[in-house]
Unconditional design. Structure first.
Ligand SMILES: Nc1nc2c(ncn2[C@@H]2O[C@H](COP(=O)(O)OP(=O)(O)OP(=O)(O)O)[C@@H](O)[C@H]2O)c(=O)[nH]1
Length: 188
């Protein structure tokens, strides 16, 4: 049996839910207490489109505008998940800076990347970034966009499936569907 290894980095401002998203996906749990991450690495066996994967997920320490780009994300990462929290405007504003640093490290080609607005469960009380703003930023990057809640387990699995889809497209294993294909993808 062939098992494919794919490396994914989860990046973003502190306290936006990077660890919570990762733990929700890897272990199915939501940690109650907030614990600042230095850097954690998780492995998850995952089946996607009839292929078996080991996903190696790096949950990075939160990045501010002037943080150094984590060495662990400088090379050998197949796809990125960039997370902000919809109730934290600052966390959205640093997304472009983090994206620019990824580009500096990875180069010019299209980067397999998903932009995530987390904490969607707070949308009625404390939203400070609109869904349209998230969509528009992701469109500029030609990236996928999702609003999620690690707390409510909303759209978490989709984050990882979308990044995996982009990774496989970039490796030529899946052909991106054309607009008139009715959204079906073709396994190469
Ligand atoms: N309401 C709500 N709270 C969340 C959600 N996800 C995470 N949190 C809370 O946000 C806080 C930070 O979550 P973490 O997952 O530790 O965030 P992080 O981005 O990994 O933080 P750093 O390690 O400091 O960078 C914790 O109190 C979580 O319980 C969510 O979807 N909804």
């Amino acid at each position: 049996m062939v098992v494919l290894t794919r490396k994914i980095a989860v990046m973003g401002y502190p306290c936006v839910g990077k660890s919570s998203i990762t733990l929700r996906f890897v272990k199915g749990t939501f940690p109650d207490a907030y614990d600042t991450t230095v850097e954690d690495m998780y492995n998850k066996n995952y089946k996607y489109q009839n292929r078996d994967y080991i996903l190696r997920i790096t949950d990075t320490a939160g990045q501010q505008e002037y943080s150094l780009f984590p060495r662990s994300c400088s090379f050998d990462i197949d796809g990125f998940i960039l997370v902000y929290a919809i109730d934290d405007r600052r966390s959205f504003e640093v997304m472009q800076t983090i994206y620019d640093k990824i580009r500096d490290n990875v180069g010019d080609m299209r980067i397999p990347l998903v932009l995530v607005g987390n904490k969607s469960d707070l949308q009625y009380n404390s939203r400070s970034v609109t869904k349209e703003e998230g969509q528009s930023l992701a469109a500029q990057w030609q990236a996928h966009f999702l609003e999620t809640s690690a707390k409510d387990n909303n759209a978490i699995q989709q984050i990882f499936e979308k990044v995996l889809f982009e990774i496989e497209v970039s490796k030529g294993n899946i052909v991106r569907p054309r607009a008139n294909d009715g959204g079906k993808c073709v396994i190469a």
